[in-house]
Design a binder for this molecule. Structure first.
Ligand code: GLN
Length: 472
């Protein structure tokens, strides 16, 4: 891991020691965005006036000698499906091209109260459906580490903004891997919290039993700092849990890490994984062994059914969530303006507003929920989901944390998988199980994922920080 990167901690030190002001830092970030983002395409919009006002307020606090929170003045990039009051919120869909958020998502409200600065909204796959950010209705995002490659998806803009030095950290959402896969492709860190750990109020929903908001950052410590700030119960999201996270997230105890046993599920170490990814994971395991962490082979026997289960449940919920976009309550596309009646308006709005991948999933989801097919597909998928969850419960009786690859492949070429949805869906093979089981999962370089017990983010973040220190 690079040591010259700007972390939340270094930024905070620079700001409190008056090495730079919040305004100077912000201007610097906008300079980098102006120089690089024409090529990379991480941002869909920026809000320079609001950011400037936020930065001025932080500088006044510094001048008054007030104590700053760890996140004060930090420029953050926000995925374009999370509401930031006054800024566009398009979910990269033509349907919402003109939509502006009229309130702050709970995560934004929390970060705003810490003094974070929301510099812009990032490109994504349309309604978070995809693994490459190529289904965006607006533009392609390139991987800052290799401009011929995709940045991953669906939070590809957020990952590219952080990896390209255009934000200190970012927020994304993860339904089947959308934080972790782009973090992996761009060589940064991504955390999908436990289901219920972070409020989704103000997130444009994709699949409500799977979605979570989480951070994309340069270091595991930064991920822990952002996660702690956004976690917590919210009366506006009935699935949010009343767990309180403390110091243990950013101050892991070495003795505790050494007592851990890491499980290696044999179903995740299959042939077909890219050789480079395999070699990286082998080196990670060797390094952990050097730290005296124990390993144990485990089995998650229902893994082979997980991807089909995910695509049925995800599509079913997505089709029902997207039903609200009928072109009346929210924005509408120009093609629907001359509609002759209500049905015509619905049809025109949805036909012209949604892209091909979104339509594919609405059709699939409507099909698996339709009478006559419900039992065969949706109800069965729910039963298999319970078995997948049970596999993890059993495994966690023997081990504390599970280690797997993040993605079976390194970043692929732009355009390579767009004509073949099935190969694109395979990108999620190692990530979507944590969503089905509701577990926290951390993706970090090089190419590995740590899955923890529910609400045990401290275990995976602790091991991640421990590892980060020896690799630096
Ligand atoms: N790539 C996965 C999909 O297309 C995951 C999406 C996500 O996590 N939002 O469904």
């Amino acid at each position: 891991m690079k040591s010259d990167i700007l972390t939340i901690k270094k930024f905070h030190e620079g700001l409190t020691n008056k090495v730079f002001s919040a305004r100077e830092a912000l201007a610097e970030f906008y300079k980098i965005i102006d120089a690089k983002d024409g090529e990379i395409g991480a941002y869909l919009s920026t809000d320079r006036d609001a950011s400037q006002t936020q930065a001025e307020e932080i500088d006044r606090m510094v001048n008054r000698g007030e104590k700053l929170s760890a996140l004060a003045g930090i420029p953050l990039a926000i995925k374009d499906n999370i509401m930031v009051k006054g800024q566009p919120c398009t979910a990269s869909s033509k349907l919402l091209e003109k939509y502006k958020a009229i309130y702050d998502a709970t995560v934004i409200k929390k970060l705003r109260s810490e003094g974070s600065i929301f510099i812009g909204k990032t490109n994504m796959d349309e309604f978070a459906m995809g693994s490459s950010t190529e289904t965006s209705a607006f533009k392609i995002t390139k991987n800052p580490r290799d401009l011929t490659k995709v940045p991953g998806g669906s939070s590809g803009g957020s990952a590219a903004a952080v990896a390209g030095g255009m934000a200190v950290a970012a927020l994304g959402s993860d339904t089947g891997g959308s934080i972790r896969e782009p973090a992996d492709f761009c060589g940064i860190v991504g955390l999908k919290p436990t289901y219920g750990a972070v409020s989704r109020y103000g997130l444009i929903p994709m699949s409500s039993s799977l979605d979570q908001i989480g951070p994309l950052t340069n270091t595991v410590e930064d991920a822990a700092i952002v996660f702690r700030a956004i976690a917590g119960e919210d009366p506006r999201d009935s699935t949010s849990a009343s767990v309180i996270y403390g110091e243990e997230l950013t101050n892991p105890k070495v003795e505790h890490m050494r007592e851990m046993t890491i499980g290696l599920p044999k179903e995740y170490f299959i042939s077909g994984i890219d050789k480079g990814v395999q070699a990286n994971i082998a080196a990670v395991i060797a390094d952990f062994k050097g730290l005296r962490v124990r390993f144990k082979e485990i089995s998650l026997p229902h893994t082979k059914y997980a991807l089909s289960t995910y695509y049925i449940i995800m599509a079913a919920e997505a089709s029902s969530n997207l039903a609200r976009l009928e072109g009346i309550r929210y924005a509408r596309v120009p093609e629907a303006e001359n509609a002759v009646d209500l049905m015509d308006r619905y049809v025109k709005n949805r036909s012209h507003g949604f892209g091909a991948e979104v339509k594919r999933r609405i059709i699939l989801g409507t099909f698996v929920l339709s009478s006559g097919h419900y039992d065969a597909y949706y109800a069965k998928a729910q039963k298999v989901r319970a078995l997948i969850r049970r596999d993890f419960d059993e495994a966690f009786k023997d081990v504390d944390v599970i280690l797997t690859p993040v993605s079976p492949t390194p970043p692929f070429k732009i355009g390579e998988k767009m004509n073949n949805p099935l190969t694109m869906y395979l990108s999620d093979i190692f990530t979507m199980t944590a969503n089905l089981a509701g577990l926290p999962a951390l993706a970090m370089p090089p190419n590995f994922q740590l899955i923890g017990k529910p609400f045990h983010e401290a275990d995976i973040l602790g091991l991640g920080q421990y590892f980060e220190r020896i690799r630096r």
